[in-house]
Design a protein around this ligand. Structure first.
Ligand code: ATP
Length: 710
């Protein structure tokens, strides 16, 4: 015990200086400590979510790594369940039998146990009855048995990729120092914070105490690095157990990361699989092999998400800062880091959209103390503020977004069709760079493959891709791509929202996300003939940017507070809806015509039945159109008139009107076209439209066609 806390000491000090309150003692925390204490802000809220986030962070690192060297990604992710005794033997702990049962959370008295077993038996009986009646059998809580609160489950998560690997000496810092990474530049990447892999290690340290293991090799490297390390939370430094070079006979390049953590597969199984499926949607050029392995074979899962295209979006480029996106601190940092000597060179080379002449004009505008040749080192704090002020006030061209690499409308569309198999789909892209020749071929192939679903997107994609560039928020370019689908497999009625940011699926915090809010509140679905409650609507929105304004480090949602993003999302969804509306209208018209055709089919047998003989005779006598007739009262008379070549429209129309007056001209015409029997006079009779008053019947006019039914 600290001597200052002893009662005698307290008494003594009380009279002199008051004892320092614990809360007022100044302390420092390392970033690792901070994140260990606030792991929920990085997506490690509970064991289940931690299992999900660990898998996700490793997969995203693998994809970033493979894409950075333009390698079509091959990622294998395995979650292996480790039972308690295996875990104990891994850490060298001897299994202990329970001695004092009452100590445990899942302890039951004999009476409580009997009661529970009786309840379970009753539930099982009901289930058996339901099963016999063919009803859906739900697992009741009773049948799940009791499970102790403290019974932890452990998992080994292994992720292997074919990416670029890591330099041997950098591995310890990459995995053992919170807030270290290679993705801090101004570049579109999945990773950003330099935190994910370290959080997996911190969680492993907190829940199992086991280190992380990394195997890695870079292209054409003769050796493979193997590193086992832990993290010193207080100092935020790696604690390396092993870091050695091993033989790399197969010349493999990539990385394999292994970590053992506490988790909960049962509660997060569906989220993890959902994540993998969505990742496959937005990354159809990657191949994923997902495995869950346990001692109980019935629980095992193996899913292969095959590569569906070789078209990989181009590698995103690192870009420079836009003058309107920098703050004073960043200006100071850029000045400290730049190799340029004078102000003119600095402005011209460290920012986008400042040409030499523009830089000269800006310097002129800064005031008399500034000159193009002035040394950067000589800038006073006041002068830095002046530069910042001007950057905020001056007008600059928007960044063009060439550094961005959206998933691509083709990939998005392919993913939607594969995943949902919808009845209708429309996509829109705000991308800015023209497509390459490989993509064009793939679009054409896809277009023909799915022609039945939709045939207008190809052209619209092309036109829109040429017309629209990136948009900008706070000086950062961003591109929104969207897809809206109707109908399909495994889609519930109403809005089904799928969100992606820098090609990462976002699964949590949906309600607060800009896409959800836009879809729910700002789209008037009915104006596009879409029923928001009854139709099965899939909404896919993918946003890419050099800066995704995530709320929190868990990368779970994008807030609704950035007007530029909110309106771009709305616009993109609307563009899809406009395309869908015309398809829906066409489909409705086709359905109506089909309905009318069905009705027509109902009338035709009656109508033809009534006048069949007459018309047949007319056909047989090869009545010519130019002959005029007078009408008779009944069929006999009609026949006579027919045979005497004396019949008018009125006669027929009166007879036919009883049966076919509801049949309209267009429908009949379509029926004629569809029936395709107009060439066969024995089966086909032509009659002029009934509405045409006092006109001579032209029996060969293809206006009105009836098919004869035998
Ligand atoms: N599979 C991998 N292949 C190559 N390099 C990797 C791999 N995994 C991690 N790294 C390297 O380790 C660094 C740290 O990874 P970490 O997951 O901690 O952060 P990040 O991916 O940079 O950012 P974020 O926290 O946003 O995910 C990465 O920047 C990358 O350089």
């Amino acid at each position: 015990m600290d001597s200052s806390e002893s009662p005698t000491e307290t008494k003594k000090t009380k009279s002199k200086t008051p004892r320092k309150n614990k809360e007022t003692v100044l302390k420092q925390k390392s970033p690792a400590e901070f994140f260990a204490e606030n792991k929920n802000i990085a997506g490690f809220d509970n064991p289940g979510k931690s299992l999900y986030t660990t898998a996700r962070e490793l997969v995203e690192n693998s994809l970033d790594s493979a894409e950075s060297i333009s390698e079509l990604p091959v990622v294998e992710i395995t979650i292996e369940e480790i039972n308690k005794s295996k875990f104990n033997s891994m850490i060298g702990l001897i299994d202990c039998e329970r001695v004092d049962a009452e100590l445990y959370d899942d302890y039951e008295t004999e009476k409580a146990r009997e009661k529970r077993l009786a309840k379970e038996a009753r539930a099982q009986e009901i289930q058996a009855k339901n099963a016999a009646l063919g009803k859906k059998v739900k697992e009741t809580p009773a049948s799940k048995g009791i499970r102790g609160r403290g019974e932890a489950s452990f998992y080994r998560v292994i992720c292997k990729d074919n990416g670029k690997g890591m330099p041997h000496d950098d591995i310890p810092n990459m995995f053992g120092r919170v807030l270290s990474g290679t993705k801090y530049g101004l570049k579109q990447t999945r990773g950003k914070f330099g935190l994910g892999a370290k959080m997996a290690l911190i969680w492993s340290k907190m829940s199992t105490g086991l280190p992380i293991e990394i195997s890695s090799s870079m292209r054409n490297q003769s050796y493979m690095s193997f590193c086992r390390l832990d993290i010193d939370i207080h100092k935020n430094i790696p604690h390396v157990h092993v870091n050695e070079k091993r033989e790399n006979k197969e010349r493999w390049h990539g990385a394999e990361i292994q970590v053992v953590i506490e988790g909960n597969w049962t509660t997060y199984r569906s989220k993890i699989l959902h994540y993998m499926r969505q990742m496959a949607v937005i990354t159809p050029y990657a191949q994923f092999l997902f495995k869950f392995v346990s001692d109980a074979p019935e629980k095992n899962v193996t899913i292969r998400f095959s590569r569906r295209t070789d078209v990989m979006p181009p590698v995103p480029l690192e870009t420079k800062h836009h003058p309107s996106s920098v703050d004073l601190l960043l200006i100071k940092r850029l000045i400290a880091e730049t190799l340029k000597q004078n102000l003119l060179q600095f402005l011209q080379h460290e920012f986008v959209n400042i040409s030499k002449s523009h830089a000269e004009r800006l310097i002129g505008e800064m005031g008399p103390d500034f000159s193009p040749k002035m040394a950067l080192k000589s800038l006073t704090p006041q002068q830095l503020v002046r530069i910042h002020q001007l950057f905020r006030q001056a007008k600059f061209d928007d960044p063009n977004g060439h550094c961005l690499s959206p998933a691509g409308e083709y990939n998005l569309r392919l993913g939607i069709i594969k995943e949902l198999q919808p009845d209708m789909v429309a996509t829109y892209s705000g991308r800015c760079h023209p497509v390459n020749i490989h993509e064009i071929f793939s679009y054409v192939a896809l277009h023909f493959t799915f022609l039945a679903i939709d045939n207008s997107w190809f052209l619209s994609y092309f036109l829109l891709s040429l017309l629209h560039g990136a948009q900008v928020f706070e000086g950062h370019p961003f591109i929104v791509e969207a897809g809206v689908s109707i109908g399909g497999k495994n889609v519930k009625q109403g809005l089904n929202i799928f969100r992606f940011a820098n090609r990462i699926p976002l699964l949590f915090e949906q309600g607060a996300d800009v896409v959800t809010r836009t879809a729910l509140k700002r789209i008037n679905w009915s104006s596009y003939k879409i029923n928001q409650l009854q139709d099965k609507i899939g909404i896919f929105v993918s946003i890419v940017s050099t800066k995704i304004p995530f709320k929190g480090t868990g990368k779970e949602y994008i807030g609704d507070d950035i007007t530029e993003i909110a309106s771009a999302v709305k616009y993109s969804i609307q563009q899809c809806c406009v395309q869908l509306k015309s398809k829906i209208v066409k489909k409705m018209q086709a359905r109506e015509q089909q309905e009318r055709k069905r009705n027509l089919n109902k009338y035709i047998p009656d109508a033809t039945g009534a006048v069949y003989n007459v018309l047949k005779d007319m056909a047989e006598t090869q009545l010519h159109a130019s002959k005029k007739f007078r009408y008779g009262d009944d069929d006999g008379e009609l026949l006579r008139k027919v045979s005497e070549n004396l019949i008018t429209k009125e006669t027929l129309s009166e007879k036919l009107a009883k049966h076919v007056e509801q049949v309209d001209y267009e429908m009949a015409l379509e029926y004629a076209t569809q029936s395709g029997v107009s060439e066969e006079p024995r089966e086909t009779i032509y009659i002029q439209p009934l509405e045409t008053e006092n006109k001579i019947i032209d029996l060969h006019s293809p206006f009105f066609v009836f098919r004869m039914f035998h």
